[in-house]
Design a protein around this ligand. Structure first.
Ligand code: ASP
Length: 371
């Protein structure tokens, strides 16, 4: 029988035998190579783990070419970019989050300000914007030419059951292509005709995003040599979402969770599925009860699969990824499927790691294989 002291120790921490010494390490979703390197520089300089991961993800938030985060993130169905973020600071056990934030490209910094400068954890929508503006955050249009084009192309693919779209040629227009939606890998001829001045590769990108709405996001987790841990997740959410839709990224316990006595976890991919398994918290709890990070992630993916009775046809319509970092620096990335389809090609699921040298991508473990 365990005594009270042993029980208390077991309730908050891993048995010592399962852990080694803490070290500097940062992991992230596959768009996190530069963010991991940036965060590592800050860890090496003795900086705080939360400051490190935030500075890391700021790189993606301000990058107009990352269409899943911050500036240039794909907008909602009305063409407005709405951002979500959450974070946890291990040493103080605090959390901050913001959801459906418009016009501020650094939702991670807003989430941190909510954590540090209010007695709340989460603000949403217009009032989150008011809060950010009051603190001096710059308000700007986050739609880029590229994301605006992708939105317009997406709108022109929308059809009612009779095949009519208000965003295609009107009935009175001269015949101009067949105007029918198609799932072809390349942009159809009618689309080319509608956007005559757009470069081929840009149109191919916009078409791909329209017919395969992306999931993207960045999650970044860090551990330092003192055993301190933090994590952050920031996103523009699901492309073409209903205005006001909030995914998993700003939900503490789903998009990110940190308990530095055990480890940290985060997620990218279809947020609706993650919310239903409280993924990041589930993974940390799995590690608390002794599962190595890889098993902890796979168990969480199995819970997602179970929610569809393991029906691969339905599960095949989405993907979801989890990342886990244990307090001794052991880590894993895992995805429901071994790869994602982009422009008709399967690209293997990876995640980013930096343990002091150059950032690298490593393979995710996966539950199922797409053929
Ligand atoms: N998890 C994000 C969301 O559902 C999207 C993503 O990761 O792509 O909002």
């Amino acid at each position: 029988m365990i005594n009270r002291r042993e029980w208390l120790a077991g309730a908050v921490a891993l048995p010592a035998a399962q852990t080694g010494a803490a070290r500097n390490i940062v992991i992230a979703s596959s768009n996190g190579l530069r963010p991991c390197a940036k965060a590592m520089d800050i860890l090496k300089a003795g900086g705080d783990t939360l400051d490190a991961v935030i500075a890391g993800v700021n790189i993606q938030e301000e990058d107009p070419n990352d269409d899943s985060v911050g500036l240039g993130g794909l907008p909602n169905e009305e063409g407005v970019v709405e951002l979500d973020a959450s974070l946890m600071h291990g040493p103080t056990r605090r959390a901050g989050a913001v959801a459906a934030l418009r016009n501020i490209k650094y939702p991670s910094k807003v989430a941190k300000a909510i954590m540090e400068q209010t007695d709340h954890v989460m603000l949403v929508g217009d009032n989150a914007l008011r809060f950010a503006k009051a603190l001096g955050f710059l308000e700007e249009n986050l739609l880029t030419e590229k994301s605006r084009l992708a939105w317009l192309v997406w709108k022109s693919t929308l059809r009612d059951p009779k095949g009519h779209s208000n965003w295609s040629d009107g009935l009175d227009a001269p015949a101009n292509g067949d105007g029918k939606p198609t799932a072809s890998a390349e942009p159809p001829a009618w689309l080319r005709d509608r956007f005559p001045h757009v470069a081929d590769d840009l149109l191919a990108y916009a078409w791909d995003r329209a017919v395969h709405p992306i999931t993207g996001t960045i999650n970044c987790l860090a551990l330092n040599t003192k055993g301190e841990m933090s994590g952050v997740t920031t996103t523009s959410g699901l492309a073409w979402k209903i205005p006001g839709r909030v995914g998993d990224s700003p939900i503490v316990g789903a998009g990110v969770y940190v308990d530095q006595e055990v480890g940290a976890a985060g997620s990218t991919g279809r947020g609706e599925e993650n919310i239903r398994v409280a993924g990041a918290h589930t993974i940390v709890e799995n590690m608390r009860h002794g599962m190595p990070p890889k098993d902890a992630v796979l168990d969480c993916l199995k819970r997602v699969s179970r929610n569809y009775n393991h029906d691969r046809a339905r599960l095949g319509k989405f993907d979801i990824n989890f990342y886990a970092l244990r307090k001794d620096g052991v880590y894993a990335g895992g995805s429901l499927w071994n790869g994602g389809i982009s422009r008709g090609k399967l690209s293997p699921r990876k995640f980013a790691v930096n343990d002091g040298g150059a950032s690298r991508l490593e393979d995710c473990v996966s539950l199922y294989e797409r053929r």
